[in-house]
Write a protein that binds this ligand. Structure first.
Ligand code: ZN
Length: 189
């Protein structure tokens, strides 16, 4: 799959939506990313995840993902790699391994997230992995929305970079053109 084919597929599936959106921040945008939509279709998701494989570091024993966003992507990637998979989740606001999940210091780890924006959740997982004494091979995401601004200190692979411009409502070109506005999550049709 080329970048354009991936982008077309994402638009077709509603992963990347086009319209006029009111974001939770109060700002407006012409695009909205809903990565969870990709995993509504497991067979397609598996194909998309396959595309990440050639971009990954070698020697991965285990994939660790932050809940909730990273779980589907991490699980699917671990299945493709034939390795172990666990996820970390917040307990009282702190990212933790629960459910009997554990890491052994001999393991080479890949941290997987669906969308990286600021990379906050990924950093919290990296800290867990680091504290466990594991070797961090890298970080992988389906979409990099950081605009190339994240540095995890380890190799970072993503399927695509998506820059979504946001506007102050008073300066929004879509408002100016009276394009009907929708709240993300709801269908624009
Ligand atoms: Zn607007």
């Amino acid at each position: 799959m080329t970048n354009q084919e991936l982008l077309d597929l994402f638009q077709e599936m509603g992963v990347l939506q086009t319209g006029h959106f009111k974001l939770t921040s109060g700002r407006h945008s012409a695009q909205y990313m809903q990565c969870a939509t990709l995993f509504e279709h497991p067979l397609l998701a598996a194909q998309v995840i396959q595309e990440l494989l050639p971009r990954l570091p070698e020697s991965i024993d285990i994939v660790v993902a932050p809940a909730i966003g990273g779980i589907n992507a991490g699980y699917e990637l671990a299945r493709a790699l034939g390795c172990r998979f666990i996820f970390a989740e917040r307990q009282d606001g702190v990212m933790t391994l629960r459910r009997g999940f554990n890491l052994s210091p001999t393991e080479d780890v890949l941290v997987v997230e669906d969308v990286v924006t600021t990379g906050g959740s990924v950093r919290e997982v990296l800290e867990i992995v680091h504290d466990a004494g594991c070797k961090i091979q890298g970080v992988a995401a389906i979409v990099d929305r950081s605009g190339g601004n994240v540095d995890f200190g380890v190799p970072f692979a993503s399927l695509m970079s998506v820059d979504i411009e946001t506007y102050n409502p008073t300066e929004c070109p879509l408002c100016l053109n009276k394009v009907p506005i929708t709240k993300p999550g709801s269908r624009s049709s």
